[in-house]
Design a protein around this ligand. Sequence first.
Ligand code: AMP
Length: 278
Amino acid sequence: MKVIKTVADFWAAQRGYPRPLGLVPTMGYLHEGHLSLVRRCWEDNSTAVASIFVNPTQFGPSEDLSTYPRDMEGDLAKLEAEGVDLIFAPDASEMYPDGFDTTIDVGSIAQRLEGEHRPGHFQGVATVVCKLLTIVRPDNVYFGQKDAQQCLVIKRLNADLDLGAEVVVMPTVRDPNGLALSSRNAYLSDEDREAALSLHRALKLAESRYEDGVRDATMMRREMLALLESEPSASIEYVSVADAETLVELNSIERPALVSMAVRIGKVRLIDNIVLES
Ligand code: AMP
């Protein structure tokens, strides 16, 4: 496994590797969710590349960039065990050298939900993913449904700018209690972890109502909010029942719906979602 820190070295190194080539972009502090993407990458490709880059431009000024969990040594050991060929792990100065002055704004899909609550977030994501796809030129690139809106933004970006990768979305990996795995779970105390299960409970509530035939999205949002509000340490940013393609809020669920939420448990901001479809 080669660990590469510069764009020039990556271009030189990747020449000898067979196609198809798959890329798994990450911000590190890897868990089984990330590794599920790596394993799928192996199924589809002859060469597996992972990137580790905590992208500063997707964090807002009051967000957790400086405290974002990092463990490069542990991450490299996990990727080595999965047989990954190449790791691209640039420094911020390699990705954003002095004078860097280009950003990418994806349109309406990036403005809702997370876009509304984290101004500038998807501009940072789209810009760094565009750069990663341009540097690595993968045939296939892997993302997790856990970040459902990110997947939609990247599909739009990839199509609109002819970046030429197949975007593969993998299901959310959860712990045995249903908590979606996330690098940020490392910040949760034992008590917080218990409280964080309310997100999954709210999604299960929506799912069971849907299975009972409920199609009233307003009622569904209201019931989920009531469940989350009953958790004293939860502070709710949004609960959404939206068209799964456009993310426009629904009144009635007549087509696939993305049920999603952002909730703070103590200082930790968690997101989770499911898709309801018949
Ligand atoms: P991150 O390191 O948080 O930027 O995540 C890197 C990739 O892993 C993104 O495509 C995420 O959507 C994906 N990912 C994160 N958590 C999970 C999870 N629990 N299950 C599946 N994929 C995940």
